[in-house]
Design a protein around this ligand. Structure first.
Ligand code: HEC
Ligand code: HEC
Length: 399
């Protein structure tokens, strides 16, 4: 069985994260980063403020213990946290700051904690209500906290990180660090890419490619892959594992649909994750028809990764959104990072192209690495020929 599966690897919605809990008094705080009470960094607003501000001093005539009073009796503008004691308020603030990886000033106006000036404070209120609601409806205790979703960032990430996969971390892992770049346009990046590949005329002369590749799979197993490609996007690849138990698998994309063979079983259709991958692997020159086959093509900006700059283009196709990383120096496509939607959220895979070599007037990536949440495999070309005749019957699904 050698079909390469991108398996649904979303984290279950039932994650039980026993984080410092906003709503359980004995909550333990296991936030992964040090939590700052705000005294540092925000120095301008806090060092000048007497610590007693945070629990206002008793009025002279007030003999009660104000710390045990309801927060709303002691502070000026408590709406959602009514009922907690005044003494608990600051710890709650510290927890929220830590869960989002921010300081107090992220939600609070500099000179007045009771002010509702900042929209983040209002959002935090509705988040508190939402979190309570999630717990009340689904869990016996305050299982879900701000940290469950936020993980130390104001903007929760909806898709699992590829670097959380079961294989070694990859070098272009974080699609969330892209800087805007107004010096480039989508068209300029794509034009440079076509030129870097050899130019339109040279590309038009290449009609087919037959190659053999050595494949190293995530678990260390190896395979030999025979690849038959016909432009613009027909593919038949035959993967023969060196592990006899895995046998041989065939994957085909006929330009419109895919099918797969494994062992002696009848041909099957790829699941939608496999199809998204197959569609992209099938292109004779990857992403060359971006404008034609994708929608919403736009330049996200520039990203600096391990000493290189990449122009990043976003484009949609099928259930997937691609981020295409073009090497700013060479103009060539280095990575295609794809997130495609499942009913519970997007899951990622990526295809990395490297070791481009000239062949018949065009550049061909000799190493292609594919990473999914479950597996990764690297194909390195050992033999290659372009423009050999390939019969169309090769791509027809057997009955
Ligand atoms: C994620 C947003 C957020 C962060 C970060 C945050 N707070 Fe708050 N804070 C709130 C909200 C929301 C309220 C109002 C709660 C309510 O309506 O029950 C509040 C209320 C307060 C109040 C009561 C003010 C009054 O008089 O009504 C104080 C004091 C306070 N925060 C201090 C802090 C301090 C100190 C920090 C940093 C350690 C901090 N907060 C960090 C959202 C935040
Ligand atoms: C179920 C997941 C979930 C939980 C639990 C959750 N949040 Fe959020 N929060 C989100 C998402 C998703 C967004 C981004 C919404 C968007 O982009 O429109 C967000 C946005 C925010 C923002 C706005 C950030 C910004 O950049 O403006 C604040 C503030 C915030 N949350 C505070 C909290 C606090 C405080 C808690 C705990 C009481 C909390 N959240 C719990 C999912 C959650």
């Amino acid at each position: 069985m050698n079909s390469k599966r991108i398996v649904y690897g979303y984290s279950s919605i039932g994650i039980v994260l026993v984080a410092g809990c906003l709503f359980a008094r004995s909550g333990r705080n296991v936030a992964h980063r040090p939590v700052h009470a705000g005294a540092d960094g925000e120095a301008s607003s806090f060092t000048v403020r007497p610590a007693s501000y945070l629990l206002p001093d008793p009025l002279p005539e007030d003999t009660t213990d104000r710390g045990s009073m309801p927060a709303e009796k002691v502070y000026k503008n408590i709406q959602t946290l009514r009922g907690i004691s005044a003494r608990e308020l600051l710890g709650t603030m510290t927890f929220m700051s830590g869960a989002l990886g921010v300081r107090c000033g992220f939600c609070h106006a500099h000179d007045d904690f009771s002010s509702d000036e900042k929209p983040e404070k209002k959002t935090a209120r509705s988040m508190i209500l939402m979190t309570r609601d999630i717990n009340a409806k689904n869990f016996a205790t305050g299982t879900v906290t701000c940290f469950t979703c936020h993980h130390g960032s104001p903007a929760p990430v909806a898709s699992p990180s590829l670097s959380q996969g079961a294989w070694q971390p990859i070098d272009i892992a974080d699609p969330h660090r892209i800087r805007r770049d107004s010096t480039m346009t989508v068209d300029a990046v794509l034009d440079r890419y076509v030129k870097a590949l050899g130019g339109e005329a040279a590309l038009a002369k290449i009609t087919t490619r037959v190659a053999r590749a050595n494949e190293v799979q995530g678990g260390g197993t190896t395979a030999t892959v025979d690849i038959f490609q016909k432009g613009p996007n027909l593919l038949r690849s035959i993967t023969a594992s060196s592990d006899p138990k895995r046998g041989t698998g065939v994957q085909v994309y006929d330009g419109r649909a895919g099918w797969m063979l494994s062992g002696n079983r009848p041909a099957t259709n790829p699941n939608n994750a496999e199809l998204e991958n197959l569609v992209r692997q099938a292109e004779l020159f990857p992403a060359i028809d971006l404008r034609k086959s994708y929608s919403q093509v736009g330049l996200l900006g520039k990203e600096h990764i391990a000493d290189r700059d990449y122009y990043v283009i976003s484009a949609m196709r099928g259930a997937g959104t691609d981020r295409l990383y073009f090497d700013a120096a060479s103009g060539l496509l280095a990575r295609r990072y794809v997130e495609f939607n499942t009913p519970l959220g997007p899951i990622p895979f990526s295809i990395d192209y490297s070791d481009y070599r000239p062949l018949d007037g065009v550049m061909v990536p000799f190493t292609v690495k594919t990473s999914s949440l479950r597996d990764s495999w690297t194909d390195t070309i050992t033999q290659i020929r372009q423009n050999a005749a390939i019969a169309d019957t090769m791509f027809v699904k057997p009955r």
